[in-house]
Design a protein around this ligand. Structure first.
Ligand SMILES: Cc1cc2nc3c(=O)[nH]c(=O)nc-3n(C[C@H](O)[C@H](O)[C@H](O)COP(=O)(O)O)c2cc1C
Length: 178
């Protein structure tokens, strides 16, 4: 499979980057081709809803680093979203990139794609990941993509906390079992 891993953390060595690395390791070992796009370290302008693109008929008015991601998204079989939990949703960095999917919406929606969600957050309460999992599920319904797994790593404020859990192993296995 061709896999795009889209990340949203500004921490190069944080919690979600550890899960990203383990997931990619597993997926590569299983023979998959992985392209990683770290949105926090790319130039990505927010969508301004000008609708010049008409959801894919014309290029987006912003010719920034998304130009590199668009063809990868179109050809991907599976897209893995990895984000820290920010105010019970995705980080702004990854959300800005996702909103820009609008300019190729017609090529993404209804295409035969799968998705995975990986999240890290501090709160360990039962409800902590409900909002982010809900918005991911609804976006997938709209896009008509198939959910291929969710790894919601609660109670992990920092990398050393995450390292004491089996979430990194779960991330590895999520990739390896694809
Ligand atoms: C702006 C901001 C908002 C956050 N919001 C939440 C939150 O709503 N719930 C939560 O459990 N943790 C929250 N956190 C904590 C992070 O999700 C947590 O530290 C995570 O492990 C960071 O991932 P990273 O190291 O990959 O960046 C927030 C952190 C920041 C900086």
């Amino acid at each position: 499979m061709k896999i795009v891993v889209l990340t949203g953390s500004p921490h190069k060595d944080g919690t979600s980057s550890l899960l990203t690395e383990r997931f990619i390791e597993g997926a590569k070992e299983a023979g998959h081709e992985v392209y990683r796009f770290d949105s926090a370290f790319k130039k990505v302008h927010p969508c301004v809803a000008c609708n010049k693109c008409k959801c894919g008929e014309k290029p987006c008015v912003f010719q920034d680093d998304m130009v590199e991601l668009f063809p990868k998204l179109i050809e991907a079989d599976l897209i893995t979203f990895v984000t820290p939990l920010y105010y019970y949703g995705m980080s702004a960095q990854i959300k800005i990139a996702i909103d820009r999917f609008y300019s190729i919406n017609n090529m993404l929606r209804g295409a035969d794609k799968k998705a995975i969600l990986i999240v890290t957050g501090t709160n360990s309460r039962e409800w902590a990941m409900k909002g982010i999992a809900g918005s991911y599920t609804e976006a997938l319904k709209y896009l008509q993509w198939q959910d291929y797994g969710q790894l919601l790593a609660k109670g992990c404020p920092a990398r050393e906390d995450l390292e004491k859990t089996d979430y990194p192993l779960q991330a590895y296995l999520l990739g390896k079992r694809l």
